[in-house]
Write a protein that binds this ligand. Structure first.
Ligand code: URP
Ligand code: ZN
Ligand code: ZN
Length: 473
């Protein structure tokens, strides 16, 4: 009898540190051996000419999230994780969104109920704190962090979500005490309101004015303020979805001073620009997300942030709405002003091919940097490493097998998300994930879902080693 359930034979196995040609032996859902000619197993997967990579970890996705009256997100946990699996991901991290007045524990229960039995890849949750009451900060949050919800997102913008500076300080301070990692959405809410009202008074209400209402200084200022507030209480933070060089420079400046400030950018800031919002009629709504895509100089700055290590993680910020839908981008109110267009775009399935093609194939990133930015660093940053994010003996067998030469034109008809469009329509990429394996089970193969039911499981997480301030016990 073979020592292995499955052997992936003869592929180029790439980790964040190095790339070697070898076999991968899988037993009981974990990687049991790496070596030359591991022999035979019940299941043999020929990976010659292929890349064998750690499954993608997308640490910033929104699924089945309550999005306001009359608005419905286009992906539930089934369709969102299906799209993730087809895109070479083996784990995604959506948010449990606390509504104002709601208990955080209840929000967690609600999102578990939405996910239960539906996930094609593994799932782990961040918490969103919109109402930092003494009860939430004093009791619920410490207990939840202890239970494995070890990261929190806070917003500096959006009605009903934006926290004041004192609220941010209170969350930061509790995060420091509990060892949670804080993700910050850095845009100045008051500045956006001021600009939005001025634009609306001038009759400038088309989707393209979404970008005008949130220019770079709005993001730069909030990024700097978040960094300064975090410095005051000595807590590590992750600035998410950074869109431009000025915000990136704030993070680099903080890092150069020894502060534990981390950064994330996303595909929309590498391949889209503000011009995409300036399409005929309401088409620009397809690209409305926050922060908005900027210009070519901003794209270059985001590449530099990835290349030089200012950004540790590359996520999709998948936040899908349907376009031709009165509960999606085209709500009756959205037709009256950009202010009401639901914010967010789909991208969980296209994140990896876009970075592989634009980054690795075009020579901007090494293969090892790609693996770090799309899998390993997510696992490390959010307390899942070394179980996740690496192809190593003892790790979960979460693997994506890629055809590095496959040429694909991204188009809505080939994707598996619940949205009715992709913002990357027509983008030509080289390299595509062909097989996705979650804890040893093949989930996607030859363009089809494999297995008779969703194989994904919920993953509680350890505290992030990156969230520990220097003198944390
Ligand atoms: O526009 C965006 N990014 N929507 C998703 C919510 C968020 O801020 O991450
Ligand atoms: Zn955000
Ligand atoms: Zn987001």
């Amino acid at each position: 009898m073979s020592k292995f359930d499955t052997i992936i034979r003869g592929g180029r196995v790439a980790n964040a540190s190095d790339t070697v040609v070898c076999d991968v032996g899988i037993r009981g859902g974990r990687i049991a051996a790496l070596g030359e000619d591991l022999g035979d197993a019940g299941e043999m997967i020929d990976a010659s000419g292929r890349l064998v990579l750690p499954g993608g970890i997308d640490s910033h996705v929104h699924l089945a999230q309550d999005s306001g009256p009359g608005i419905v997100m286009a992906d539930d946990f089934e369709s969102g994780t299906r799209a993730a699996a087809f895109g070479g991901n083996t784990l995604v991290m959506p948010f449990c969104m606390q509504q104002k007045g709601q208990s955080l524990r209840q929000a967690v229960k609600d999102y578990h109920a939405k996910a239960q039995g539906k996930c094609h890849v593994d799932v782990s949750f961040h918490l969103v704190i919109s109402d930092p009451t003494p009860q939430v900060l004093g009791q619920e949050l410490p207990a939840l962090v202890g239970d494995g919800y070890t990261s929190i997102k806070v917003f500096m913008t959006y009605q009903d979500l934006a926290l004041s500076d004192i609220e941010l300080l209170e969350v930061f301070s509790t995060a420091r005490e509990t060892g949670a990692l804080v993700m910050v959405h850095a845009e100045n809410y008051d500045a956006i309101r001021f600009l939005t009202e001025r634009l609306e008074r001038a009759g400038k209400t088309a989707p393209k004015f979404h970008a005008t209402s949130r220019p770079i200084p709005v993001e730069r200022e909030a990024t700097h303020r978040a960094i300064s507030l975090a410095e005051l209480v000595d807590v590590p933070i992750m600035i998410v979805h950074v869109s431009n060089g000025e915000a990136m420079e704030q993070i680099r400046w903080a890092q150069s001073r020894g502060l534990k400030v981390f950064g994330e950018t996303c595909p929309q800031y590498l391949v889209l620009t503000e011009k995409d919002l300036d399409s005929l009629n309401m088409e620009g709504a397809k690209y409305v997300c926050s922060p908005p895509p900027r210009d070519e100089a901003s794209q270059r700055a985001c590449w530099l942030g990835l290349q030089t290590g200012v950004f540790q993680v590359f996520s999709s910020d998948h936040c899908p709405f349907r376009y031709e839908d009165a509960q999606g981008k085209l709500t009756p109110k959205a037709r009256t002003s950009f202010r009401w267009v639901p914010n967010g775009i789909p991208g969980v399935e296209t994140r990896l091919p876009i970075l592989f093609s634009e980054g690795v194939v075009k020579g901007r990133l090494s293969l090892e940097q790609f693996v770090a930015l799309t899998a390993t660093n997510h696992a490390k940053m959010y307390g899942l490493h070394p179980k996740k994010g690496t192809i190593a003996v003892g790790a979960d067998a979460d693997i994506a097998i890629w055809d590095p030469e496959r040429k694909v034109t991204i188009t809505q008809s080939i994707l598996h998300h619940g949205s009715d469009y992709t913002p990357y329509e027509g983008l030509e990429v080289t390299g595509w994930p062909v097989t996705t394996i979650v804890r040893g089970k093949t989930v996607v193969s030859d363009g089809r879902l494999a297995g008779d039911r969703p194989a994904g499981e919920y993953m509680a997480r350890n505290r992030s080693p990156y969230a520990a301030p220097p003198d944390f016990p």
